[in-house]
Design a protein around this ligand. Sequence first.
Ligand code: MTE
Length: 402
Amino acid sequence: MATINRRMFARQIAQYSFGGVLSLNGYSLLKGGMQGGLALAQENARDSVKPDLYFHPGDPRNGEPALAKLVETWMTPVSQFYVRSHGLNPKIDLANYRVRIEGLVDHPGSWTLNELAAKLPLVSVTCTLTCAGNRRSEHSQMKPVGGVQWREGAIGNAKWEGYKLSDVLQAAGIQEGARHVWFEGVDEVKDGNSVFPFGGSVPLAKVFDEQDGVAGAILATKMNGEVLTEDHGFPIRTVVPGYIGARSVKWLGKIVVSDRPSPNHFVQDVYKMLQADTAVQRDEAAPIYRYPVNSVTCLTEQVTGAKATVKVRGYALPTGLAANRIKRVELSIDGGRNWRDATLGSEAADYCWQLWEGEIGLSGKPTELLVRATDSAGYQQPERVIWHPKGYLYNGWHRTTL
Ligand code: MTE
Protein backbone atom coordinates (compact mmCIF):
# COMPACT_ATOMS: atom_id res chain seq x y z
CA MET A 1 0.00 0.00 0.00
CA ALA A 2 1.51 3.34 -1.01
CA THR A 3 2.26 5.77 1.77
CA ILE A 4 0.40 9.03 1.29
CA ASN A 5 0.92 12.27 3.11
CA ARG A 6 -1.61 14.87 4.17
CA ARG A 7 -1.35 16.99 1.02
CA MET A 8 -1.63 14.03 -1.34
CA PHE A 9 -4.61 12.86 0.70
CA ALA A 10 -6.31 16.22 0.27
CA ARG A 11 -5.61 16.27 -3.47
CA GLN A 12 -6.90 12.75 -3.96
CA ILE A 13 -10.00 13.40 -1.91
CA ALA A 14 -10.79 16.48 -3.99
CA GLN A 15 -10.57 14.28 -7.09
CA TYR A 16 -12.52 11.37 -5.69
CA SER A 17 -15.21 13.45 -4.03
CA PHE A 18 -16.25 15.03 -7.28
CA GLY A 19 -16.56 11.55 -8.77
CA GLY A 20 -18.68 10.47 -5.83
CA VAL A 21 -16.22 7.85 -4.62
CA LEU A 22 -16.23 7.90 -0.89
CA SER A 23 -13.28 5.79 -0.03
CA LEU A 24 -9.60 6.03 -0.70
CA ASN A 25 -7.69 2.78 -0.62
CA GLY A 26 -10.24 1.42 1.81
CA TYR A 27 -10.16 4.53 3.98
CA SER A 28 -13.68 5.90 3.78
CA LEU A 29 -14.06 9.62 4.20
CA LEU A 30 -15.01 11.38 7.37
CA LYS A 31 -18.59 11.60 8.64
CA GLY A 32 -20.59 13.58 6.12
CA GLY A 33 -19.50 11.46 3.15
CA MET A 34 -18.92 13.38 -0.06
CA GLN A 35 -19.71 16.71 1.59
CA GLY A 36 -17.22 15.88 4.31
CA GLY A 37 -14.62 14.96 1.70
CA LEU A 38 -15.10 18.22 -0.16
CA ALA A 39 -14.89 20.23 3.02
CA LEU A 40 -11.78 18.37 4.00
CA ALA A 41 -10.22 19.00 0.62
CA GLN A 42 -10.95 22.70 0.93
CA GLU A 43 -9.58 22.80 4.41
CA ASN A 44 -6.45 21.12 3.21
CA ALA A 45 -5.89 23.79 0.60
CA ARG A 46 -4.37 25.75 3.47
CA ASP A 47 -1.55 23.25 3.51
CA SER A 48 0.11 25.68 1.14
CA VAL A 49 0.14 28.23 3.99
CA LYS A 50 3.67 28.00 5.30
CA PRO A 51 4.40 28.39 8.99
CA ASP A 52 5.51 31.96 9.64
CA LEU A 53 8.10 31.02 12.25
CA TYR A 54 11.75 31.40 13.04
CA PHE A 55 13.19 27.86 12.99
CA HIS A 56 15.96 27.15 15.49
CA PRO A 57 19.00 25.38 14.14
CA GLY A 58 19.77 21.86 15.31
CA ASP A 59 16.91 19.47 16.09
CA PRO A 60 14.29 18.69 13.42
CA ARG A 61 11.51 21.29 13.42
CA ASN A 62 11.48 23.80 16.24
CA GLY A 63 9.99 27.12 15.28
CA GLU A 64 8.51 30.12 17.10
CA PRO A 65 6.79 33.25 15.79
CA ALA A 66 7.83 36.90 15.99
CA LEU A 67 6.66 38.04 19.44
CA ALA A 68 4.88 41.14 18.17
CA LYS A 69 2.72 38.94 15.93
CA LEU A 70 2.07 36.42 18.69
CA VAL A 71 -0.07 38.88 20.66
CA GLU A 72 -2.09 40.27 17.76
CA THR A 73 -4.95 37.88 18.52
CA TRP A 74 -6.13 35.77 21.47
CA MET A 75 -6.52 32.75 19.19
CA THR A 76 -3.17 32.00 17.57
CA PRO A 77 -3.36 31.43 13.80
CA VAL A 78 -1.88 28.06 12.84
CA SER A 79 0.85 29.77 10.80
CA GLN A 80 1.99 31.60 13.98
CA PHE A 81 1.73 28.60 16.30
CA TYR A 82 5.08 27.30 17.53
CA VAL A 83 6.29 23.89 16.40
CA ARG A 84 8.30 21.60 18.65
CA SER A 85 9.28 18.20 17.25
CA HIS A 86 12.00 15.88 18.50
CA GLY A 87 12.12 13.87 15.27
CA LEU A 88 11.16 14.40 11.64
CA ASN A 89 7.47 14.56 10.79
CA PRO A 90 6.46 10.92 10.14
CA LYS A 91 4.97 9.86 6.82
CA ILE A 92 1.48 8.66 7.66
CA ASP A 93 -0.07 5.79 5.74
CA LEU A 94 -3.68 6.88 6.16
CA ALA A 95 -5.06 3.74 4.60
CA ASN A 96 -3.69 1.72 7.48
CA TYR A 97 -3.71 4.40 10.18
CA ARG A 98 -5.24 3.31 13.48
CA VAL A 99 -4.80 4.32 17.10
CA ARG A 100 -4.21 1.20 19.17
CA ILE A 101 -5.35 0.86 22.76
CA GLU A 102 -3.93 -1.72 25.13
CA GLY A 103 -2.83 -2.40 28.71
CA LEU A 104 -5.28 -2.52 31.62
CA VAL A 105 -8.42 -2.60 29.47
CA ASP A 106 -11.05 -5.28 28.89
CA HIS A 107 -11.09 -4.83 25.12
CA PRO A 108 -7.70 -4.03 23.62
CA GLY A 109 -8.06 -2.98 19.99
CA SER A 110 -7.75 -0.03 17.68
CA TRP A 111 -9.72 2.88 16.22
CA THR A 112 -9.68 4.31 12.72
CA LEU A 113 -10.54 7.98 12.19
CA ASN A 114 -13.82 6.81 10.73
CA GLU A 115 -14.73 4.72 13.73
CA LEU A 116 -14.00 7.60 16.09
CA ALA A 117 -16.20 9.89 13.99
CA ALA A 118 -19.02 7.37 13.74
CA LYS A 119 -19.12 6.26 17.37
CA LEU A 120 -18.10 9.22 19.50
CA PRO A 121 -19.45 12.75 19.90
CA LEU A 122 -17.21 15.50 18.56
CA VAL A 123 -16.06 17.89 21.29
CA SER A 124 -13.91 20.98 21.36
CA VAL A 125 -11.50 22.49 23.86
CA THR A 126 -9.91 25.92 23.62
CA CYS A 127 -6.62 25.94 25.47
CA THR A 128 -3.10 27.22 25.46
CA LEU A 129 -0.25 24.88 24.64
CA THR A 130 3.22 25.80 25.81
CA CYS A 131 6.54 24.04 25.65
CA ALA A 132 8.27 23.36 28.97
CA GLY A 133 11.33 25.00 27.37
CA ASN A 134 9.59 28.32 26.63
CA ARG A 135 11.85 31.24 27.77
CA ARG A 136 14.85 28.89 28.12
CA SER A 137 17.13 31.52 26.54
CA GLU A 138 16.46 33.77 29.57
CA HIS A 139 17.20 30.90 31.93
CA SER A 140 20.45 30.42 29.99
CA GLN A 141 21.46 33.98 30.84
CA MET A 142 22.00 32.83 34.46
CA LYS A 143 24.28 30.04 33.19
CA PRO A 144 23.92 28.33 29.80
CA VAL A 145 21.83 25.17 29.56
CA GLY A 146 21.55 22.76 26.61
CA GLY A 147 18.50 22.31 24.41
CA VAL A 148 16.64 24.59 22.01
CA GLN A 149 17.19 28.20 23.14
CA TRP A 150 13.53 29.18 22.97
CA ARG A 151 12.64 32.82 23.33
CA GLU A 152 9.15 33.62 24.62
CA GLY A 153 7.27 32.30 21.59
CA ALA A 154 6.93 28.57 22.35
CA ILE A 155 3.29 29.13 23.29
CA GLY A 156 -0.03 29.52 21.48
CA ASN A 157 -3.77 29.41 22.09
CA ALA A 158 -6.05 27.36 19.84
CA LYS A 159 -9.40 25.66 19.53
CA TRP A 160 -8.91 21.90 19.31
CA GLU A 161 -11.66 19.57 18.10
CA GLY A 162 -11.81 15.83 18.44
CA TYR A 163 -12.92 13.10 20.82
CA LYS A 164 -12.76 12.78 24.58
CA LEU A 165 -10.05 10.38 25.67
CA SER A 166 -12.38 9.37 28.54
CA ASP A 167 -14.93 8.10 25.94
CA VAL A 168 -12.26 6.03 24.21
CA LEU A 169 -11.07 4.54 27.50
CA GLN A 170 -14.58 3.80 28.69
CA ALA A 171 -15.35 2.01 25.44
CA ALA A 172 -12.26 -0.14 26.02
CA GLY A 173 -13.30 -0.92 29.63
CA ILE A 174 -10.84 0.29 32.24
CA GLN A 175 -9.59 -2.40 34.57
CA GLU A 176 -8.91 -2.36 38.30
CA GLY A 177 -5.51 -0.89 39.16
CA ALA A 178 -5.38 1.55 36.23
CA ARG A 179 -3.78 4.86 37.29
CA HIS A 180 -1.97 6.31 34.27
CA VAL A 181 -2.44 6.61 30.51
CA TRP A 182 0.52 6.49 28.11
CA PHE A 183 0.62 7.98 24.64
CA GLU A 184 3.01 7.02 21.86
CA GLY A 185 3.57 8.84 18.58
CA VAL A 186 4.46 7.11 15.31
CA ASP A 187 7.45 9.41 14.85
CA GLU A 188 11.01 8.19 15.34
CA VAL A 189 13.36 10.08 17.61
CA LYS A 190 17.09 9.44 17.41
CA ASP A 191 19.23 9.54 20.54
CA GLY A 192 22.77 8.29 20.02
CA ASN A 193 22.38 4.84 18.47
CA SER A 194 18.81 4.33 19.61
CA VAL A 195 15.67 5.17 17.70
CA PHE A 196 12.33 5.25 19.52
CA PRO A 197 8.92 6.93 19.37
CA PHE A 198 8.10 10.10 21.30
CA GLY A 199 5.87 9.31 24.29
CA GLY A 200 3.84 11.06 26.97
CA SER A 201 1.90 10.06 30.05
CA VAL A 202 -0.91 11.53 32.15
CA PRO A 203 -2.67 10.39 35.33
CA LEU A 204 -5.94 8.59 34.58
CA ALA A 205 -7.72 10.97 36.98
CA LYS A 206 -6.71 13.93 34.78
CA VAL A 207 -8.38 12.29 31.77
CA PHE A 208 -11.67 12.20 33.69
CA ASP A 209 -11.25 15.64 35.26
CA GLU A 210 -13.87 17.41 33.17
CA GLN A 211 -14.81 20.83 34.53
CA ASP A 212 -17.14 23.41 32.99
CA GLY A 213 -17.35 21.32 29.84
CA VAL A 214 -13.57 21.22 29.32
CA ALA A 215 -12.45 17.61 28.93
CA GLY A 216 -9.33 16.48 30.80
CA ALA A 217 -7.74 15.25 27.57
CA ILE A 218 -8.87 14.88 23.97
CA LEU A 219 -7.75 13.16 20.80
CA ALA A 220 -7.71 16.17 18.48
CA THR A 221 -8.13 16.01 14.72
CA LYS A 222 -8.61 19.75 14.09
CA MET A 223 -6.95 22.97 15.17
CA ASN A 224 -8.79 26.29 14.75
CA GLY A 225 -11.37 24.63 12.52
CA GLU A 226 -8.82 23.12 10.13
CA VAL A 227 -7.55 19.57 9.84
CA LEU A 228 -4.30 19.38 11.82
CA THR A 229 -1.22 20.22 9.80
CA GLU A 230 1.61 17.71 9.61
CA ASP A 231 3.71 19.87 11.94
CA HIS A 232 0.98 19.83 14.58
CA GLY A 233 0.34 16.08 14.54
CA PHE A 234 -1.92 15.11 11.61
CA PRO A 235 -4.06 13.04 11.72
CA ILE A 236 -4.53 12.74 15.53
CA ARG A 237 -2.77 14.19 18.55
CA THR A 238 -3.63 14.32 22.20
CA VAL A 239 -4.33 17.71 23.77
CA VAL A 240 -4.09 17.91 27.56
CA PRO A 241 -5.27 21.31 28.86
CA GLY A 242 -3.09 22.72 31.66
CA TYR A 243 -0.12 20.42 31.02
CA ILE A 244 3.21 21.15 29.34
CA GLY A 245 3.10 20.60 25.56
CA ALA A 246 5.17 17.41 25.84
CA ARG A 247 2.12 15.55 27.17
CA SER A 248 0.11 16.44 24.05
CA VAL A 249 1.50 13.73 21.80
CA LYS A 250 1.39 14.31 18.04
CA TRP A 251 0.91 11.64 15.35
CA LEU A 252 -0.71 9.40 17.96
CA GLY A 253 -0.21 5.68 17.35
CA LYS A 254 -0.83 4.00 20.68
CA ILE A 255 -2.59 4.49 24.02
CA VAL A 256 -1.69 2.24 26.95
CA VAL A 257 -3.60 2.13 30.26
CA SER A 258 -1.28 1.25 33.12
CA ASP A 259 -0.72 1.30 36.86
CA ARG A 260 2.35 3.58 36.44
CA PRO A 261 3.65 6.45 34.28
CA SER A 262 5.04 5.58 30.85
CA PRO A 263 8.61 4.27 30.68
CA ASN A 264 9.19 6.38 27.55
CA HIS A 265 12.44 8.39 27.65
CA PHE A 266 10.53 11.70 27.43
CA VAL A 267 8.56 10.83 30.56
CA GLN A 268 11.20 9.01 32.61
CA ASP A 269 14.30 11.06 31.82
CA VAL A 270 13.67 14.22 29.86
CA TYR A 271 10.76 16.37 31.05
CA LYS A 272 11.62 16.51 34.75
CA MET A 273 12.80 19.26 37.09
CA LEU A 274 16.24 18.29 38.41
CA GLN A 275 18.93 20.16 40.35
CA ALA A 276 21.53 17.96 38.64
CA ASP A 277 20.97 15.65 35.69
CA THR A 278 22.00 12.44 37.48
CA ALA A 279 20.51 8.94 37.43
CA VAL A 280 19.50 9.32 41.09
CA GLN A 281 17.63 12.57 40.51
CA ARG A 282 16.01 11.35 37.32
CA ASP A 283 14.63 8.34 39.20
CA GLU A 284 13.58 10.43 42.18
CA ALA A 285 11.72 13.16 40.29
CA ALA A 286 8.16 12.89 39.04
CA PRO A 287 7.43 13.83 35.41
CA ILE A 288 6.39 17.46 34.90
CA TYR A 289 2.70 17.77 34.22
CA ARG A 290 1.25 21.25 34.90
CA TYR A 291 2.82 24.49 33.70
CA PRO A 292 3.28 27.44 36.12
CA VAL A 293 1.91 31.01 36.00
CA ASN A 294 3.83 33.18 33.55
CA SER A 295 3.77 36.50 31.69
CA VAL A 296 5.82 38.19 29.00
CA THR A 297 6.01 41.55 27.24
CA CYS A 298 5.91 40.91 23.50
CA LEU A 299 5.41 44.27 21.86
CA THR A 300 6.58 47.81 22.63
CA GLU A 301 5.33 50.63 20.41
CA GLN A 302 5.97 54.33 20.66
CA VAL A 303 2.75 56.34 20.95
CA THR A 304 2.54 58.79 18.04
CA GLY A 305 2.79 62.40 19.04
CA ALA A 306 3.90 61.54 22.57
CA LYS A 307 7.63 60.94 22.32
CA ALA A 308 8.10 59.70 25.84
CA THR A 309 5.27 57.16 25.97
CA VAL A 310 5.29 53.57 24.82
CA LYS A 311 2.43 51.11 24.54
CA VAL A 312 3.31 47.64 25.71
CA ARG A 313 1.45 44.43 25.10
CA GLY A 314 1.97 40.82 26.10
CA TYR A 315 0.48 37.56 27.30
CA ALA A 316 -0.11 36.05 30.73
CA LEU A 317 -0.76 32.40 31.44
CA PRO A 318 -2.41 31.14 34.64
CA THR A 319 -1.07 27.98 36.32
CA GLY A 320 -2.52 24.99 34.46
CA LEU A 321 -5.28 24.24 36.95
CA ALA A 322 -9.03 23.94 36.43
CA ALA A 323 -11.11 27.08 37.05
CA ASN A 324 -8.03 29.28 37.29
CA ARG A 325 -7.71 32.62 35.49
CA ILE A 326 -5.27 35.51 35.43
CA LYS A 327 -6.15 37.81 38.31
CA ARG A 328 -3.71 40.63 37.60
CA VAL A 329 -0.72 41.56 35.51
CA GLU A 330 1.57 44.20 37.01
CA LEU A 331 4.23 46.42 35.49
CA SER A 332 7.21 48.07 37.16
CA ILE A 333 9.84 50.46 35.83
CA ASP A 334 11.79 50.88 39.08
CA GLY A 335 13.21 47.42 39.57
CA GLY A 336 10.12 46.03 41.29
CA ARG A 337 9.73 48.62 44.09
CA ASN A 338 6.44 49.93 42.70
CA TRP A 339 3.95 48.09 40.51
CA ARG A 340 0.87 49.17 38.63
CA ASP A 341 -1.78 47.10 36.95
CA ALA A 342 -1.81 46.45 33.23
CA THR A 343 -5.19 46.27 31.48
CA LEU A 344 -6.32 42.71 30.84
CA GLY A 345 -7.79 41.79 27.46
CA SER A 346 -11.48 40.83 27.47
CA GLU A 347 -10.97 37.29 26.15
CA ALA A 348 -10.25 34.69 28.81
CA ALA A 349 -11.14 31.07 29.49
CA ASP A 350 -10.00 28.23 31.69
CA TYR A 351 -6.62 26.81 30.59
CA CYS A 352 -6.07 29.80 28.30
CA TRP A 353 -3.67 32.68 28.24
CA GLN A 354 -4.92 36.27 28.51
CA LEU A 355 -3.49 39.19 26.59
CA TRP A 356 -2.73 42.45 28.41
CA GLU A 357 -1.58 45.97 27.60
CA GLY A 358 -0.29 49.08 29.30
CA GLU A 359 1.26 52.47 28.66
CA ILE A 360 4.63 53.52 30.06
CA GLY A 361 6.01 57.04 30.34
CA LEU A 362 9.77 57.19 29.77
CA SER A 363 12.34 59.39 31.48
CA GLY A 364 14.75 59.65 28.54
CA LYS A 365 17.16 57.13 30.09
CA PRO A 366 17.03 53.40 29.20
CA THR A 367 14.28 51.89 31.32
CA GLU A 368 13.82 48.26 32.27
CA LEU A 369 10.19 47.18 32.20
CA LEU A 370 9.29 44.31 34.52
CA VAL A 371 6.10 42.29 34.26
CA ARG A 372 4.64 39.70 36.60
CA ALA A 373 1.29 37.90 36.75
CA THR A 374 -0.83 36.52 39.57
CA ASP A 375 -3.58 33.96 39.01
CA SER A 376 -6.84 33.39 40.85
CA ALA A 377 -5.44 30.26 42.52
CA GLY A 378 -2.98 32.64 44.24
CA TYR A 379 0.21 31.77 42.35
CA GLN A 380 2.50 34.67 41.42
CA GLN A 381 5.59 34.71 39.25
CA PRO A 382 8.79 34.80 41.31
CA GLU A 383 11.44 37.45 40.70
CA ARG A 384 13.94 34.74 39.79
CA VAL A 385 14.01 30.97 39.62
CA ILE A 386 16.81 28.71 40.83
CA TRP A 387 19.07 27.65 37.98
CA HIS A 388 18.70 24.02 36.94
CA PRO A 389 20.33 22.08 34.11
CA LYS A 390 17.29 21.69 31.86
CA GLY A 391 15.96 25.22 31.86
CA TYR A 392 12.30 24.14 31.94
CA LEU A 393 9.32 26.17 33.23
CA TYR A 394 11.19 29.47 33.37
CA ASN A 395 8.77 32.00 34.84
CA GLY A 396 10.89 34.70 36.52
CA TRP A 397 9.69 38.33 36.12
CA HIS A 398 9.99 39.19 32.45
CA ARG A 399 12.38 42.05 31.66
CA THR A 400 12.37 44.31 28.58
CA THR A 401 14.64 47.30 28.02
CA LEU A 402 12.65 50.25 26.68
N1 MTE B 1 4.59 14.47 19.92
C1 MTE B 1 5.41 13.72 19.16
N2 MTE B 1 4.95 12.58 18.64
N3 MTE B 1 6.70 14.08 18.92
C2 MTE B 1 7.22 15.24 19.46
O1 MTE B 1 8.38 15.56 19.23
N4 MTE B 1 6.79 17.18 20.89
C3 MTE B 1 6.06 17.56 22.10
C4 MTE B 1 4.55 17.53 21.86
N5 MTE B 1 4.17 16.32 21.20
C5 MTE B 1 6.37 16.03 20.28
C6 MTE B 1 5.04 15.60 20.46
C7 MTE B 1 6.41 18.86 22.63
S1 MTE B 1 7.86 18.91 23.52
C8 MTE B 1 5.60 19.94 22.52
S2 MTE B 1 5.96 21.37 23.31
C9 MTE B 1 4.38 19.90 21.70
O2 MTE B 1 4.21 18.64 21.06
C10 MTE B 1 4.42 20.95 20.63
O3 MTE B 1 3.27 20.91 19.85
P1 MTE B 1 3.22 21.75 18.51
O4 MTE B 1 4.43 21.42 17.70
O5 MTE B 1 1.94 21.40 17.86
O6 MTE B 1 3.23 23.19 18.93
